[in-house]
Design a protein around this ligand. Structure first.
Ligand SMILES: Cc1cc2nc3c(=O)[nH]c(=O)nc-3n(C[C@H](O)[C@H](O)[C@H](O)COP(=O)(O)OP(=O)(O)OC[C@H]3O[C@@H](n4cnc5c(N)ncnc54)[C@H](O)[C@@H]3O)c2cc1C
Length: 423
């Protein structure tokens, strides 16, 4: 890569979810001048914009939690703990997987503190709206914010937008959904207040209520096991994932229908809870997110697409830059998740070429936009892994900024290890 001295930043990161925060902090720790751009008013991605209130992928499957993600992800967890929030591994009673339940307000604040401490130029309420590029390099982005449009240039870029918006604007090829363009289901996670503090959740009463509801209810519930229902630390609210919808495509019409139908379903299911499950008599819908939870959208072309076999065999590699430890979790049919465990030592490596854009030498991917086939995607998309792939993308971008060639995987791995990441 040739150095362009007029650049405003060494690294621009598009998207402030788990991957974007991982990338921005990772790049800053590697010495880069970093700009982090986020279209919402807060960081956190799906955790804060869609009420996805549990970090998955931080631990391997098993009786005891074995850590798979360190570095920036671990720093975020420590930041929440330092603020008095008991962020800790919890074993899901339905799946047996280890998760870290979250509080969205604590998380927003923890992420603000973290990015400030690392001196990152954060632009909230700002969307990456256009790019300029040459044949092999991205040069700059147009940022659309409340004050209008501005331009920013950088030496290297990270797409951590979840939806591959930066790569799409840059003209990188992408597929939508799986190889037949089928998308995983969307879900509207619900946060429920007013549950009796003296009770625990009666799953038998819940599953009986679902069976009865499904005989004549307007929106039959596919998760007949009651879905993911967890009492959250801190607020003691209940987090419930039960509202699932198939997504035919990415059109505005389909998203409008999904958002409106999902809200209708949420209120219908609240009535069911209040009427039938002990302890929920005074419960109410405290919050849904600013948007529905989108599991899958665009997959931009990368230099390597992780394969299901990489995950199922627990494949380790010399150019591994992150650990993926979450089982393959597929939501092909709304409300009927299917799990397949990670093989080998309980995690597999994400190879360096999965986070490198095809055809552009200074664009890296973090989070759910990295290269993966439809099954491997079911593992790598979770937020713990997104912190790790994001941090790797940020480090690679920082080490490559202003250099003739992109950093090699050994240099990226060495820097990640110095930052406490697990590779
Ligand atoms: C219903 C549901 C349940 C899930 N359950 C879990 C779970 O329990 N645990 C778990 O770990 N994972 C879960 N996942 C998966 C996980 O939430 C996502 O895969 C993960 O958030 C991906 O992280 P990311 O940082 O790549 O993307 P995101 O979290 O989507 O963050 C991308 C960010 O980029 C921003 N952005 C997008 N475009 C632009 C732009 N042009 N300019 C500026 N900003 C932009 C977005 O606003 C967003 O903040 C779930 C997902 C869904 C939908």
């Amino acid at each position: 890569m040739s150095k362009r001295v007029e650049a405003d930043y060494d690294v621009i990161v598009c998207g402030g979810g788990a991957a974007g925060v991982g990338a921005a902090v990772g790049a800053a720790k590697a010495g880069a001048k970093v700009c982090l751009v986020e279209k919402y008013a807060f960081l956190g991605g799906a955790a804060t914009n869609a009420q996805v209130l549990a970090y998955c992928g931080f631990y391997q499957q098993g009786e005891a939690p074995v850590q798979a993600v360190g570095g920036v992800g671990a720093e975020v967890v420590a930041e929440m703990q330092a603020f008095g929030f008991p962020a800790a591994p919890h074993r899901s009673e339905t799946t047996g997987n280890w998760i870290i339940p979250l509080d969205p307000e604590i998380l927003k604040h923890a992420l603000d503190r973290l990015v400030r401490r690392h001196g990152i130029a954060v632009k909230l309420h700002t969307r990456v709206a256009a790019v300029t590029r040459t044949a092999r390099l991205l040069e700059g982005v147009t940022l659309a914010g409340m004050g209008g449009r501005t331009r920013a240039a950088a030496e290297a870029f990270v797409d951590a937008s979840g939806d591959a918006n930066l790569a799409m604007l840059a003209g990188v090829d992408f597929r939508v959904g799986d190889y037949e363009n089928r998308l995983q289901a969307v879900t509207l996670p619900m946060r429920i207040g007013g549950f009796d503090p003296g009770r625990s959740i009666d799953r038998k009463a819940l599953t009986d209520a679902i069976v009865a509801y499904n005989r004549s209810g307007r929106y039959p519930i596919a998760r007949t096991d009651g879905g993911i229902i967890v009492r959250l630390p801190g607020s003691r609210d209940v987090w419930w994932m039960i509202v699932d919808l198939a997504m035919p495509d990415l059109s505005s019409e389909s998203f409008t229908a999904a958002e409106m139908t999902a809200r209708d379903m949420a209120f219908e299911y609240m009535t069911l809870l209040r009427d039938t499950v002990p302890g929920f008599e005074r419960a109410f819908l405290a919050a849904t997110g600013p948007q529905i939870g989108i599991r899958e959208s665009r997959h931009p072309r990368s230099r390597y697409e992780m394969q299901a076999e990489d995950v199922l065999s627990g494949r380790l590699r010399e150019d591994g830059i992150a650990r993926a430890a979450w089982p393959i979790e597929l939501h092909g049919e709304a409300g009927k998740p299917v799990y397949r465990p990670v093989g080998g030592a309980g995690y597999c490596h994400v190879p360096y070429d999965s986070i490198r854009a095809f055809g552009l030498d200074n664009l890296w991917y973090g989070g759910r936009v990295i290269g993966a086939d439809p099954d491997a995607y079911g593992s790598i998309r979770v937020m713990g892994t997104a912190f790790a792939t994001g941090e790797a993308a940020g480090v690679a971008a920082a080490l490559s900024a202003g250099r003739e060639r992109p950093a090699d995987p050994a240099a990226v791995r060495a820097q990640l290890s110095r930052q406490g990441a697990l590779v």
